[in-house]
Design a protein around this ligand. Structure first.
Ligand SMILES: *[C@@H]1O[C@H](CO)[C@@H](O)[C@H](O)[C@H]1NC(C)=O
Ligand SMILES: *[C@@H]1O[C@H](CO)[C@@H](O)[C@H](O)[C@H]1NC(C)=O
Ligand SMILES: *[C@@H]1O[C@H](CO)[C@@H](O)[C@H](O)[C@H]1NC(C)=O
Length: 252
Protein backbone atom coordinates (compact mmCIF):
# COMPACT_ATOMS: atom_id res chain seq x y z
CA UNK A 1 0.00 0.00 0.00
CA UNK A 2 2.71 2.40 1.01
CA UNK A 3 4.57 1.53 -2.19
CA UNK A 4 1.55 2.44 -4.23
CA UNK A 5 1.26 5.72 -2.39
CA UNK A 6 4.89 6.51 -3.12
CA UNK A 7 4.39 5.64 -6.78
CA UNK A 8 1.47 8.02 -6.85
CA UNK A 9 3.61 10.71 -5.31
CA UNK A 10 6.38 10.03 -7.80
CA UNK A 11 3.96 10.09 -10.69
CA UNK A 12 2.70 13.45 -9.50
CA UNK A 13 6.19 14.82 -9.26
CA UNK A 14 7.09 13.41 -12.64
CA UNK A 15 4.06 15.03 -14.19
CA UNK A 16 5.08 18.33 -12.63
CA UNK A 17 8.66 18.11 -13.82
CA UNK A 18 7.57 17.15 -17.32
CA UNK A 19 5.11 19.96 -17.41
CA UNK A 20 8.11 22.15 -16.67
CA UNK A 21 9.50 20.61 -19.88
CA UNK A 22 12.51 19.10 -18.11
CA UNK A 23 13.73 16.51 -20.64
CA UNK A 24 14.03 12.94 -19.42
CA UNK A 25 17.72 12.63 -18.94
CA UNK A 26 19.13 9.33 -19.47
CA UNK A 27 21.94 3.81 -14.87
CA UNK A 28 18.54 6.05 -15.54
CA UNK A 29 18.65 9.76 -14.94
CA UNK A 30 22.38 9.94 -14.37
CA UNK A 31 25.56 11.10 -15.98
CA UNK A 32 28.66 9.32 -17.23
CA UNK A 33 30.99 8.38 -14.43
CA UNK A 34 34.52 9.65 -14.81
CA UNK A 35 37.32 7.15 -15.30
CA UNK A 36 38.50 5.93 -11.87
CA UNK A 37 35.61 7.66 -10.12
CA UNK A 38 34.35 4.32 -8.75
CA UNK A 39 37.47 2.16 -8.48
CA UNK A 40 35.61 -0.39 -6.35
CA UNK A 41 33.07 -1.10 -9.10
CA UNK A 42 33.19 -4.62 -10.52
CA UNK A 43 31.70 -5.82 -13.79
CA UNK A 44 30.55 -9.43 -13.48
CA UNK A 45 30.55 -11.14 -16.84
CA UNK A 46 29.98 -14.37 -18.68
CA UNK A 47 31.82 -14.86 -21.97
CA UNK A 48 32.91 -11.27 -21.91
CA UNK A 49 29.38 -9.91 -21.46
CA UNK A 50 28.47 -7.84 -18.45
CA UNK A 51 25.40 -9.02 -16.56
CA UNK A 52 25.73 -7.62 -13.03
CA UNK A 53 27.67 -5.19 -10.92
CA UNK A 54 29.50 -5.71 -7.68
CA UNK A 55 31.77 -3.99 -5.20
CA UNK A 56 35.32 -4.83 -4.17
CA UNK A 57 35.14 -4.89 -0.37
CA UNK A 58 38.46 -6.64 0.32
CA UNK A 59 41.35 -7.48 -2.05
CA UNK A 60 39.97 -11.00 -2.33
CA UNK A 61 36.18 -10.49 -2.20
CA UNK A 62 33.33 -8.97 -4.19
CA UNK A 63 29.96 -8.16 -2.68
CA UNK A 64 27.10 -8.61 -5.15
CA UNK A 65 23.48 -9.75 -5.28
CA UNK A 66 22.49 -13.40 -4.94
CA UNK A 67 19.81 -12.77 -7.59
CA UNK A 68 22.59 -12.23 -10.15
CA UNK A 69 23.27 -15.95 -10.07
CA UNK A 70 19.66 -17.18 -10.02
CA UNK A 71 20.01 -18.46 -13.57
CA UNK A 72 23.77 -18.29 -13.98
CA UNK A 73 26.69 -20.44 -13.08
CA UNK A 74 29.44 -18.89 -10.98
CA UNK A 75 31.86 -21.41 -12.48
CA UNK A 76 31.84 -19.67 -15.85
CA UNK A 77 31.56 -16.10 -14.55
CA UNK A 78 34.45 -13.68 -14.39
CA UNK A 79 34.91 -10.56 -12.30
CA UNK A 80 36.49 -7.57 -14.01
CA UNK A 81 38.02 -4.78 -11.95
CA UNK A 82 39.55 -1.57 -13.26
CA UNK A 83 37.18 -1.51 -16.23
CA UNK A 84 35.65 1.62 -17.72
CA UNK A 85 34.58 1.27 -21.32
CA UNK A 86 33.23 -2.26 -21.69
CA UNK A 87 33.64 -2.17 -25.47
CA UNK A 88 37.37 -1.49 -25.29
CA UNK A 89 40.37 -3.52 -24.32
CA UNK A 90 41.83 -1.73 -21.34
CA UNK A 91 45.21 -2.20 -19.70
CA UNK A 92 43.77 -1.09 -16.39
CA UNK A 93 41.68 -4.25 -16.12
CA UNK A 94 42.21 -7.12 -13.75
CA UNK A 95 40.14 -10.21 -14.48
CA UNK A 96 39.38 -12.97 -12.03
CA UNK A 97 37.52 -16.20 -11.84
CA UNK A 98 35.46 -17.09 -8.79
CA UNK A 99 37.02 -19.42 -6.29
CA UNK A 100 34.04 -19.77 -3.97
CA UNK A 101 30.74 -18.15 -3.06
CA UNK A 102 28.99 -17.50 0.25
CA UNK A 103 25.34 -16.64 0.62
CA UNK A 104 23.22 -15.88 3.64
CA UNK A 105 19.63 -17.04 3.38
CA UNK A 106 18.69 -15.55 0.02
CA UNK A 107 14.92 -15.76 -0.47
CA UNK A 108 14.07 -15.25 -4.17
CA UNK A 109 10.31 -15.22 -3.54
CA UNK A 110 10.51 -12.30 -1.16
CA UNK A 111 13.73 -10.80 -2.57
CA UNK A 112 15.23 -10.92 0.88
CA UNK A 113 18.88 -11.30 1.89
CA UNK A 114 19.90 -10.67 -1.70
CA UNK A 115 23.62 -10.65 -1.01
CA UNK A 116 26.41 -12.86 -2.23
CA UNK A 117 30.14 -12.84 -1.55
CA UNK A 118 32.41 -13.95 -4.35
CA UNK A 119 35.88 -15.00 -3.39
CA UNK A 120 38.30 -14.16 -6.20
CA UNK A 121 40.82 -16.70 -7.43
CA UNK A 122 43.62 -14.40 -6.28
CA UNK A 123 44.01 -11.04 -4.57
CA UNK A 124 43.35 -7.90 -6.56
CA UNK A 125 46.27 -5.57 -7.14
CA UNK A 126 45.45 -2.34 -5.32
CA UNK A 127 48.62 -0.48 -6.21
CA UNK A 128 47.09 1.26 -9.22
CA UNK A 129 44.49 4.00 -8.84
CA UNK A 130 42.00 2.07 -10.97
CA UNK A 131 41.15 -0.56 -8.34
CA UNK A 132 40.27 0.10 -4.69
CA UNK A 133 38.15 -1.26 -1.88
CA UNK A 134 34.92 0.43 -0.71
CA UNK A 135 34.35 0.53 3.05
CA UNK A 136 31.24 -1.02 4.62
CA UNK A 137 28.99 0.34 7.38
CA UNK A 138 29.21 -1.15 10.88
CA UNK A 139 26.75 -3.88 11.84
CA UNK A 140 23.17 -2.50 12.17
CA UNK A 141 24.14 1.01 11.10
CA UNK A 142 21.17 2.88 9.67
CA UNK A 143 21.02 5.40 6.89
CA UNK A 144 18.48 8.14 7.47
CA UNK A 145 15.63 8.94 5.14
CA UNK A 146 16.59 11.89 2.97
CA UNK A 147 20.27 10.94 2.82
CA UNK A 148 21.91 11.61 -0.55
CA UNK A 149 23.57 8.48 -1.94
CA UNK A 150 25.11 7.52 -5.25
CA UNK A 151 24.62 4.45 -7.35
CA UNK A 152 26.76 3.70 -10.40
CA UNK A 153 26.73 0.91 -12.92
CA UNK A 154 26.85 -0.26 -16.50
CA UNK A 155 23.11 -0.98 -16.55
CA UNK A 156 20.70 0.18 -19.20
CA UNK A 157 19.64 3.80 -19.41
CA UNK A 158 15.98 2.90 -19.85
CA UNK A 159 13.69 -0.09 -19.53
CA UNK A 160 14.70 -2.74 -22.13
CA UNK A 161 17.60 -0.54 -23.21
CA UNK A 162 21.13 -1.66 -24.01
CA UNK A 163 23.86 -1.77 -21.41
CA UNK A 164 25.91 1.38 -21.06
CA UNK A 165 29.41 1.43 -22.50
CA UNK A 166 30.84 3.27 -19.51
CA UNK A 167 29.40 3.35 -16.01
CA UNK A 168 26.80 5.95 -15.26
CA UNK A 169 26.09 7.44 -11.86
CA UNK A 170 22.97 8.95 -10.37
CA UNK A 171 22.36 10.69 -7.06
CA UNK A 172 19.43 9.15 -5.24
CA UNK A 173 17.61 9.88 -1.99
CA UNK A 174 16.87 7.35 0.76
CA UNK A 175 13.09 6.98 1.13
CA UNK A 176 11.30 7.00 4.50
CA UNK A 177 11.17 3.58 6.19
CA UNK A 178 7.39 3.26 5.77
CA UNK A 179 8.01 3.15 2.01
CA UNK A 180 10.59 0.39 2.34
CA UNK A 181 11.21 -2.84 4.29
CA UNK A 182 13.44 -3.27 7.32
CA UNK A 183 15.89 -5.47 5.42
CA UNK A 184 16.26 -3.02 2.55
CA UNK A 185 17.50 0.47 1.93
CA UNK A 186 15.20 2.10 -0.63
CA UNK A 187 15.92 5.06 -2.83
CA UNK A 188 14.24 7.26 -5.35
CA UNK A 189 14.84 10.32 -7.45
CA UNK A 190 11.88 12.53 -6.81
CA UNK A 191 12.10 15.27 -9.40
CA UNK A 192 12.63 13.16 -12.51
CA UNK A 193 13.28 9.58 -13.53
CA UNK A 194 16.35 8.02 -12.04
CA UNK A 195 17.69 4.81 -10.56
CA UNK A 196 18.82 1.31 -11.32
CA UNK A 197 17.96 -0.66 -14.44
CA UNK A 198 18.81 -4.02 -16.04
CA UNK A 199 22.50 -4.74 -15.61
CA UNK A 200 22.78 -2.77 -12.37
CA UNK A 201 21.87 -5.72 -10.12
CA UNK A 202 24.51 -6.26 -7.45
CA UNK A 203 25.96 -2.78 -7.81
CA UNK A 204 26.62 -0.89 -4.56
CA UNK A 205 24.65 2.00 -3.13
CA UNK A 206 27.17 4.38 -1.60
CA UNK A 207 26.06 6.78 1.13
CA UNK A 208 28.56 8.98 2.92
CA UNK A 209 31.38 6.92 1.45
CA UNK A 210 30.09 3.56 2.69
CA UNK A 211 28.49 0.76 0.66
CA UNK A 212 25.14 0.68 2.45
CA UNK A 213 23.25 -1.27 -0.20
CA UNK A 214 23.42 -3.93 -2.89
CA UNK A 215 21.07 -3.31 -5.83
CA UNK A 216 18.36 -5.93 -5.61
CA UNK A 217 15.09 -5.00 -7.32
CA UNK A 218 12.82 -2.20 -8.35
CA UNK A 219 9.11 -1.66 -7.78
CA UNK A 220 8.31 -0.30 -11.22
CA UNK A 221 9.93 0.16 -14.62
CA UNK A 222 13.49 1.50 -14.60
CA UNK A 223 13.83 4.94 -13.16
CA UNK A 224 10.38 5.14 -11.61
CA UNK A 225 11.53 3.80 -8.25
CA UNK A 226 11.58 3.10 -5.51
CA UNK A 227 14.67 0.91 -5.89
CA UNK A 228 15.33 -1.73 -3.26
CA UNK A 229 18.85 -2.48 -2.04
CA UNK A 230 19.85 -5.22 0.37
CA UNK A 231 20.73 -3.52 3.65
CA UNK A 232 24.44 -4.25 3.93
CA UNK A 233 24.70 -3.19 7.59
CA UNK A 234 22.63 -6.23 8.55
CA UNK A 235 25.30 -8.46 7.03
CA UNK A 236 28.47 -6.79 8.29
CA UNK A 237 29.28 -9.36 10.96
CA UNK A 238 28.60 -12.18 8.51
CA UNK A 239 30.74 -10.53 5.83
CA UNK A 240 33.62 -10.13 8.27
CA UNK A 241 33.33 -13.77 9.30
CA UNK A 242 33.53 -14.93 5.68
CA UNK A 243 36.40 -12.63 4.79
CA UNK A 244 38.41 -13.59 7.82
CA UNK A 245 37.85 -17.28 7.32
CA UNK A 246 37.38 -17.83 3.63
CA UNK A 247 35.90 -21.30 3.35
CA UNK A 248 32.76 -20.61 1.24
CA UNK A 249 31.00 -23.34 -0.66
CA UNK A 250 32.30 -24.49 -4.01
CA UNK A 251 31.10 -22.63 -7.11
CA UNK A 252 27.73 -23.96 -8.28
C1 LIG B 1 50.12 -4.06 -9.76
O1 LIG B 1 49.91 -2.83 -10.44
C2 LIG B 1 51.09 -2.05 -10.55
C3 LIG B 1 50.69 -0.71 -11.14
O2 LIG B 1 49.83 -0.86 -12.23
C4 LIG B 1 52.09 -2.82 -11.41
O3 LIG B 1 53.28 -2.07 -11.54
C5 LIG B 1 52.40 -4.16 -10.73
O4 LIG B 1 53.22 -4.92 -11.56
C6 LIG B 1 51.11 -4.93 -10.49
N1 LIG B 1 51.41 -6.11 -9.71
C7 LIG B 1 50.88 -7.30 -9.98
C8 LIG B 1 51.24 -8.41 -9.07
O5 LIG B 1 50.13 -7.48 -10.93
C1 LIG C 1 22.13 -5.90 15.56
O1 LIG C 1 20.73 -6.09 15.67
C2 LIG C 1 20.36 -7.41 16.09
C3 LIG C 1 18.85 -7.52 16.01
O2 LIG C 1 18.23 -6.40 16.57
C4 LIG C 1 20.91 -7.65 17.48
O3 LIG C 1 20.59 -8.97 17.90
C5 LIG C 1 22.43 -7.48 17.46
O4 LIG C 1 22.94 -7.60 18.76
C6 LIG C 1 22.82 -6.14 16.89
N1 LIG C 1 24.26 -6.09 16.74
C7 LIG C 1 24.98 -4.99 16.93
C8 LIG C 1 26.46 -5.11 16.76
O5 LIG C 1 24.46 -3.94 17.24
C1 LIG D 1 25.71 14.06 -5.87
O1 LIG D 1 26.34 13.43 -4.78
C2 LIG D 1 27.69 13.79 -4.64
C3 LIG D 1 28.31 12.92 -3.54
O2 LIG D 1 27.54 12.95 -2.38
C4 LIG D 1 27.78 15.27 -4.33
O3 LIG D 1 29.13 15.66 -4.21
C5 LIG D 1 27.13 16.05 -5.44
O4 LIG D 1 27.08 17.41 -5.12
C6 LIG D 1 25.69 15.55 -5.69
N1 LIG D 1 25.16 16.21 -6.87
C7 LIG D 1 23.94 16.69 -6.90
C8 LIG D 1 23.52 17.29 -8.19
O5 LIG D 1 23.19 16.64 -5.94
Amino acid sequence: MTALRLLGLLAGLLATSRAGSAPLVDIVGGRKARRQEFPFLASIQTQGRHFCGGALIHPGFILTAASCFQSRNTGTATVVLGAYNLRRRERSRQTFSIRSISENGYDPQENLNDVLLLQLDRQANLTSSTVAVVPLPPQNATVEAGTNCQVAGWGAQHHRGRLSRVPRVVNVTVTPSDQCRPNNVCTGVLTRRGGICQGDGGTPLVCNGLAHGVASWSRGPCGRGPDFFARVALFRDWIDSVINQPVGCAPA
